[in-house]
Design a protein around this ligand. Structure first.
Ligand code: KIV
Length: 271
């Protein structure tokens, strides 16, 4: 319980208890104050300040260009809005792959300057030393396996990962390694549902899926995608809960019409 409010905040411990109780965990991205306020008020358990901000906020083709300072800007805007949700901040490409010392100083900068509650890192055994060092500093780490968009130039495409036995086996070993080092949860992105369910059963920490089926402990989506803001992104795993692209388009066009016709503002809308 916070000393500043009587809202019961979601912690990494809460997520662990939810897994034990068989309660599914809801997670959505947010990158700005206004969106985060609504997402938090709606009762989402975890808000991810994803490096997908690089795509949906900045218009880049990949997540690679976003910087540590830009992630901190987005994360601090989100943190100012949030009363209940756990805020997890993506460590951007280039901020942790060099060595564990660099990884620790990037994680500390995120925690100090954004006020976020945890960080997320893409990768398995190859980044275990860095994760361990960050955890030693008391910073909770969420892992991310399967399709890891920061490695898109290695993969070549955004197709489903770990369909072949060898990659599936490596993913299982990576998930076990992330659990053993002390990650509090793992995101599994775009892998076969059966494999994701197997991993969720195998480890004691929560597994949050995106395009990983229903046999996991929770789900995450990019908020702009689930609201239907981008009408050109329609992967199989995405359920659209709205069609904001159309609704926003209609609102903007109605406004343009009203301004042009002189209908807006009317007498009750002026001083
Ligand atoms: O950056 C992001 O939004 C993510 C989610 C897709 C899990 O990593």
């Amino acid at each position: 319980m916070s000393v500043h409010s009587n809202v019961k905040k979601v912690t990494t411990h809460t997520l662990h208890e939810m897994k034990l109780a068989g309660q599914k965990i809801s997670m959505l991205t947010a990158y700005d104050f206004s969106m985060a306020r609504i997402v938090d008020e709606a009762g989402i358990d975890v808000i991810l300040v994803g490096d997908s901000a690089s795509n949906v906020m900045a218009g880049h083709e990949t997540t690679l260009p976003i910087t540590l300072d830009q992630m901190i800007y987005h994360a601090s805007s989100v943190v100012r809005a949030v009363k209940r949700s756990l805020v997890v901040v993506d460590m951007p490409f280039g901020s942790y792959q060099g060595n564990s010392k660099e990884a620790l100083s990037s994680a500390i900068k995120i925690m100090k300057e954004s006020g976020g509650h945890a960080v997320k890192m893409e990768g398995g055994q190859e980044i275990i030393e860095s994760i361990g060092r960050i955890l030693t500093a008391g910073i909770p780490v969420m892992g991310h396996l399967g399709l890891t968009p920061q490695s898109i130039y290695k993969f070549g495409t955004y197709v489903v990962r770990a369909k072949e036995d060898e990659e599936a086996q490596r993913l299982i070993e990576d998930a076990k390694a992330l659990e053993a080092v002390g990650c509090f949860a793992i995101v599994l992105e775009k892998i076969p549902a059966q494999l994701a369910a197997q991993v969720a059963k195998m480890v004691s920490i929560p597994i949050i899926g995106i395009g990983a089926g229903n046999g996991v402990d929770g789900q995450v989506l990019v908020v702009h995608d689930m609201l239907g803001i981008n009408n050109e992104f329609n992967p199989r795993f995405l359920r659209k809960y709205n069609n904001l692209h159309e609704q926003m388009m209609q609102s903007f066009q109605a406004y343009i019409t009203d301004v042009r016709s002189g209908d807006f503002p009317n007498e009750s809308e002026q001083y």
